[in-house]
Design a protein around this ligand. Sequence first.
Ligand code: DX5
Ligand code: ZN
Length: 224
Amino acid sequence: MVEISPSILAADFVRLGEQVDEVERGGARMLHVDVMDGRFVPNISIGVPVVESLSRHTDLLLDCHLMVEGPDPYLRPFYRAGARMLTVHQEACPHLARTVDAIRGLGASAGVALNPATPLGSLEDILPAVDLVLVMSVNPGFGGQRFIESAVGKIARLAAMRADRGLRFRIQVDGGVGAGNAARLGRAGCDILVAGSSVFGSADAAAAVRDLRERANPPALVRA
Ligand code: DX5
Ligand code: ZN
C-alpha cells in the first residue's frame, strides 16, 4: 500500500493542529516534518519544539526530514521530541553508517535522502542498514517546486536494486508530488509519497490526501 506523508512545510502554522487533523481524516498515517538549517539548504524552517507540540497533538508517525549539515547532535533531541522516523542526507553526513546506526540505536527508523544529482551508487554499501531511502525529486530547500522527472527512473532503478538484493527498505519521494505524478510514482515502486503544496494548498486537505492515495494505489496494483 502506497502511503501519503503530508509535508507541513506547506501548512498554515497558525492552524497547524487543525490541518494535521484534516490530513488524518483523509487517511494519512504519517506527517512529514522538514527541518532546514540554513547551511545544508538555503532556508530555515522548524525544529524540535514544533515536533514536541505535534507529538502531543497527534498519533501520526512523525517523519522528520533533516536537511541539516552534520545532523548527529540533533538526532536524540528529535527522537525525544517524538520523531520516530529520522531521515538524514547522504551529502550532509561524512560518517553515514555511524549516523544511521545512531538513529536505529535510538529506536527510530533510519532514512537516507539523496539529492537529485546524487547517484544511487553512493548508497550501495549502506542499503542493508537503512529502513528508508528518500529520493528527492526537487533540490531541497523550498516547497512548491517543479517535479524533476528523472526521479521516476531513479526510483524504478532503486526498486530493482532492492529486489535483486532481497532488501526491505521503503522508498519515499519528496518534491513536486501531486495528482499528475502519484500513479506513476506508485508504479515505479515508491512506498511513501511526500506531498506539501498539493495537500495543504488545496481547499480540502483531507480530500487531497484521499485522492493521492487512490491514484497511487489503483485497484490492479494494490499490494498487501
Ligand atoms: C523540500 C522539502 C519538501 C517540501 C515538499 O525541500 O523537503 O518536503 O515540503 O513540498 P512540495 O510538495 O510542495 O513540493
Ligand atoms: Zn521533505
